[in-house]
Each structure stands twice: as C-alpha cells, then as structure tokens.
Design a protein around this ligand. Structure first.
Ligand code: NAP
Length: 311
C-alpha cells in the first residue's frame, strides 16, 4: 500500500490542474489515469476559447503543457492505471487499481466522460474499420474520402470542420432541425460548404470488412435513404466515468454525473469532484480548470486544516 495525501482520479484538464494546485500547496499528490493523460481534450482538434491562446491550441498541446507543469511541482502521474474500487467512507480513503492500492487523506474525482454510442447495427462490428469517435485521431486516414459526422453539438461541429480540411466531402447528420453547437461553428460549417442533413437518423452502418455506407431515416418525411461513405464519425455526446464513485456511495444525478456543492465537495467528506464528470452543465476546459482549482484548494484545507480553514 502506498500512502499519499491527495489522490486524483483522471488526468484530463481537471485532474492535471488539481495536481498542479495540490502539489504546489505542499500535498504529496498522485494522479491515476486509466489511459494516456488528456482525456477527451487530447482528442480535441483545436481549442479556440481557452484564454491565453489567441490563435487557439491543439488539445494535445494544451495537455502537454499541463503535464509539464505537474512535473515541475512534483506530481506523480501513473498512466494506464484505472481505478477499480474506491473506499471513501472512513477518514483514510482507499483507492484500488489493477496494479496497486493507494491510501489518501483526500480524493479528487476528475475521471471525465467517455463517448456515447449510437447503438445501431454495424456500429460495433465496424468500429476501427471506418467507425470512429475521434476526428483528430482517425481523420487523417480519410484523406480524399467521403465521410459522415453524426450529432448536433460542439463535438460534431468541430469534427465536421476539422474533417472538411482532409476529406473530399463531409456530410453532417443531425436528428433535429437545428444544431446545438455554438454560432461560430455554424458559420464555419456554412463557409466550408459542409452539407447538413436535418431531421435525419443513422439507422445502420453498412459494410463487410470496412464502412461502405449508411442507411438514413428522415424522421420528418419517413423516407429511408442510403449514402455511400468511407467513414462515420459519431459525436452524440458523452457518458460520465463515475461508476466506481457511485459504487463507493458518492452521490450522482440521474445520468450518473457527480453532484457537488460550489466548493466541489461531494456528499462524502474529503472527496471532491471536478470537470466533465460533475453535474455542471457547462463542459469546457475553462470550467473544468476552475472547478479543479477549487477542489484542490478545498482538499488542501481538508487535509492540512490551516487556521483560516478550521473556523
Ligand atoms: P452534446 O452537446 O451533448 O451534443 C450531443 C449531440 O448528439 C446533440 O446534438 C444530440 O442531439 C445528439 N445525440 C445524442 N444522442 C443521439 C442519438 N442517439 N442519435 C443521434 N443524435 C444523438 O455533446 P458534445 O457535442 O460531445 O459536447 C459535450 C460537451 O462538451 C458540451 O457541453 C459541449 O459544449 C462541450 N464541447 C465544447 C467544445 C468547445 O467549446 N469548443 C467542443 C467540444 C465539446 P439533440 O441536440 O437532439 O439532443
């Protein structure tokens, strides 16, 4: 068993920021990450609205900078070590992974979200063979090809814009008549000549060894049509990675997002949550960073009990 003051679950922008603030406050700080650091942000092609980067910055580069800052303050980051079980109802918390057991005085959950799936025939079978959930990871494989993006949020919009610079043609398919993506992306979609198929649902992804097309259903006219495409990029939202926290008694909302107060405290003393895994409806790098700072400083107060915190 390793002993730490602060264990953070997840190395996206929230986890890394809590790491910087925790370690800089003097807490020996460990971050456990189930994959590579970065979470969904590392897959974001271009972030234009994070302050301090007037030209924008690639998600992966922003994460790289945060990681360097963690290193500078002595945070230990263990990648490919997902949390399997949490025991947080006592004063000493216990965090179990496949590789080890860690005890902590405080825990910050910053485990983010994973991609939601469509659940249509062909999606699972053709995953990695034309079906993708990450335009930045797989987009370059579709140079000069015809691709389809599914969804109406910011991820779908930014993915469509990014892919339009690589693919020969991008179709954006959305189940309603308007996108929920920000205005600036809508203008870019128009400017780039991306064709949007409104009121349209993907009913099947077709192909033997790789994606060859999709079956589409127009929910206004009831018409079924087929489109030949080489790639299908699915961007229909996210599901929180909170199961291990819920099982430990941490309160979550109906959709599984962790409920916190405005100091990022969960219902369990000494357990905080920050970033996309929380029920805060605004999912931005900036809000994740802000929540993570509050969580880390609260965790510091909880662990060290300085005079100004005790009162
Ligand atoms: P989102 O905002 O939840 O949008 C998901 C989209 O997928 C919605 O348009 C939804 O349709 C559609 N959808 C959901 N289930 C579907 C299904 N089964 N079939 C077809 N369509 C389905 O998710 P997101 O775009 O991944 O964004 C997640 C969060 O990250 C958001 O808060 C977003 O603002 C943030 N984000 C921000 C940026 C940025 O600011 N640059 C970039 C990326 C993500 P309906 O509209 O009909 O519900």
């Amino acid at each position: 068993m390793e002993w730490w003051s602060l264990v953070i679950v997840g190395a996206g922008p929230a986890g890394l920021t809590s790491g910087i603030y925790g370690a800089r406050s003097g807490l020996d700080t460990l971050i456990l990450e189930e994959a590579m650091p970065g979470g969904l942000t590392a897959k974001s092609p271009w972030i234009e609205n994070y302050p301090g980067f007037p030209e924008g910055i690639a998600g992966v580069d922003l994460i790289e900078r945060m990681l360097k800052q963690c290193e500078r303050f002595g945070v230990e980051v263990k990648s490919f070590e997902g949390v399997k079980r949490l025991l947080v109802d006592g004063e000493v918390k216990r965090v179990e992974t496949e590789k080890g057991v860690y005890s902590a005085k405080a825990v910050i959950i910053a485990s983010g979200c994973r991609h939601r799936t469509l659940g249509v025939p062909g999606e699972e079978r053709l995953r990695g063979m034309g079906v993708s959930y990450c335009a930045i990871c797989d987009g370059p494989l579709f140079k000069g090809k015809r691709v389809l993006v599914v969804g109406g949020g910011n991820t779908a919009a930014t993915s469509a814009v990014y892919l339009s610079k690589i693919a020969s043609e991008v179709l954006l398919v959305h189940r309603r008549e308007e996108l929920r993506a920000e205005r600036i992306y809508l203008d870019e979609i128009k400017r780039r000549g991306i064709k949007v198929l409104w009121n349209t649902e993907v009913r099947e992804i077709k192909g033997d060894e790789k994606v060859e097309g999709v079956k589409l259903y127009n929910n206004k006219t009831g018409k079924v049509a087929e489109e030949e495409v080489d790639g299908v990029f699915i961007a229909v939202g996210e599901t929180p990675n909170s199961e291990f926290a819920r099982d430990a008694g941490v309160e979550v909302d109906r959709e599984g997002y962790i409920i916190t107060d405005n100091l990022q405290r969960t219902n369990m003393p000494g357990v905080y949550a920050a970033g996309d895994v929380t029920s805060c409806p605004v999912k931005q790098v900036g809000t994740a960073v802000g929540q993570a700072i509050v969580a880390a400083l609260e965790a510091y107060g909880y662990v060290e009990r300085p005079y100004y915190y005790r009162g």
